[in-house]
Design a protein around this ligand. Structure first.
Ligand code: ZN
Length: 69
């Protein structure tokens, strides 16, 4: 048995992706991007980040075809 154990860093601080505010990871809003994980101080910043990401990214979405008949 080890004398000292490493506790899980639950109070680790992360920076908000949008406003760079430091917040405890346990309280952060987490978004899993393609390559990394983004943290946000709240849904307000999360929303901004989402809107920004969607604006510069154009997924090839085909328009729904409505076939008559
Ligand atoms: Zn923020």
């Amino acid at each position: 048995m080890p004398d000292h154990v490493h506790p899980i860093p639950d109070d680790e601080r992360v920076a908000c992706e949008v406003c760079m505010k430091e917040i405890p990871r346990s309280e952060a809003t987490v978004a899993e991007a393609t390559d990394y994980v983004a943290y946000f101080c709240g849904l307000d910043c999360y929303d901004k980040w989402q809107a920004k990401g969607k604006a510069q990214d154009h997924p090839p979405v085909a328009p729904p075809k409505s076939t008559p008949g």
